[in-house]
Ligand binder design. Structure first.
Ligand SMILES: NC(=O)CC[C@H](N)C(=O)O
Length: 378
């Protein structure tokens, strides 16, 4: 069956359909990872996006549920050069084609993904429509025009958990605010023995306080950080009260809460090989990335934030820390999945920060509270 991808600038790609017989609009982006398509497909940060893989062969090792980064794929379409329908891997449970069919997501193969990537790099990310229908190009153009950006936004609510749940552990209690979190973040915290409570995106500061956390982890998530102003308010309120670690969308929300600003990049960073420099040491880390927005560097002046990391390719902000409060964040993905594990030590840094903070701060008011309660009971 034929599938077509029409871009906002009028460019039309005709190729072969795989996955669902369907029609979806989305923001067309590209990912440069050589492997990791399962993690990309199930990363909720791609919700609302039609993802193109620049690596030319996709599907050869199939799909293994164990490698999912969330409960289901959230992409609005999948674009590849060559799709391999018969996986060759003992772990494979089914194929990419079957996965996309199951979730009603269209895929297109046999198109020049290098040309598509060059167009996106030149023009910037655009809306696109991926379809297996026979509609005329004019009709598709009209549909694409009618797709409001708002429709492709507001994805956090679609991907976040509707209810809080616990992943018990014996060590530090971490409230993980789920803006569309990848499982990797939970995995990193639980593997360190943390007592994790995952809470929905619209949790209030008071609801978090009631959980008596030792630290707060702000997750990654889809869309524009400015689409979730209530989350910025929540972070603003808790900044300084609890140690905070923000990842990707969480990093952007932390920056907004501290008074900095965010903006959209021309075509974003998506892949497993983005070089990031740690300014304090001059060391370079190869990082896993997936983001379209960034913290504006000039907006940091006058805030209490300090830039800790920059991107070696385009010099954009990749890491921040608060000068007065125990809080830091990174634009990239220390949980990897897919990508290098070089930055997993950041979770250890977070826990060390929590231990330091506990020694100095938290015990005091809690003890005072307990003493007051005991006295009151007498
Ligand atoms: N992976 C993420 O958390 C992405 C953050 C945000 N949605 C962006 O595109 O910049």
């Amino acid at each position: 069956m034929q599938a077509r991808l029409l871009l906002e600038d009028g460019t039309l790609f005709s190729g072969k359909s795989f996955g669902a017989d369907a029609e979806m609009t989305g923001e067309v982006v590209f990912n440069t990872g050589i492997t990791g398509y399962q993690e990309v497909l199930s990363d909720p940060s791609y919700c609302g996006q039609i993802v193109t893989m620049t690596y030319p062969l996709i599907g050869n090792y199939g799909i293994t549920r164990d490698d999912f980064e969330s409960i289901r794929p959230f992409v609005h379409g999948f674009v590849v050069r060559r799709h391999e329908p018969v996986p060759s891997n003992w772990r494979a449970e089914y194929s990419v084609d079957q996965l996309l069919k199951e979730y009603g997501i269209p895929g297109i193969s046999e198109i020049d993904t290098r040309m598509l990537t060059r167009i996106i790099r030149h023009h910037g990310t655009m809306k696109g429509i991926l379809t297996t229908s026979n509609k005329s190009v004019e009709e598709l153009k009209e549909m694409l025009g009618d797709t409001s950006i708002a429709e492709l936004r507001n994805q956090v609510a679609r991907t976040s958990t509707p209810q809080m749940f616990a992943s018990p552990g014996a060590k530090e209690r971490i409230v993980l605010v789920d803006f569309g979190a990848k499982s990797g973040i939970l995995r990193e915290l639980t593997s360190r023995g943390c007592d994790v409570i995952v809470v929905p995106h619209n949790v209030t500061a008071d609801e978090i306080r009631r959980l008596h956390p030792d630290g707060i982890q702000l997750s990654n998530g889809p869309g524009d950080p400015k689409d979730v102003p209530y989350a910025v308010e929540m972070v603003k309120e808790l900044l300084g009260e609890y140690p905070i670690f923000g990842i990707c969308l969480g990093h952007q929300l932390f920056a907004l809460a501290a008074g900095a600003n965010t903006e959209k990049l021309k075509f974003g960073h998506r892949g497993g090989n983005h070089p990031v420099k740690e300014l304090a040491s001059g060391r370079c880390f190869i990082t896993s990335q997936n983001h379209g927005y960034t913290v504006n560097e000039d907006s940091i002046q006058g805030t209490d934030l300090e830039v800790t990391h920059i991107n070696n390719n385009d010099k954009t902000v990749e890491g921040l820390k608060h000068k007065k409060f125990p809080a830091f964040s990174v634009q990239y993905h220390p949980e990897a999945a897919p990508g290098p594990h070089d930055s997993s030590y950041l979770f250890d840094d977070f826990l060390n920060m929590i231990r330091e903070h506990k020694k100095n701060e938290i015990r005091k008011p809690r003890q005072a509270e307990m003493v007051a309660a005991v006295k009151g009971a007498r």
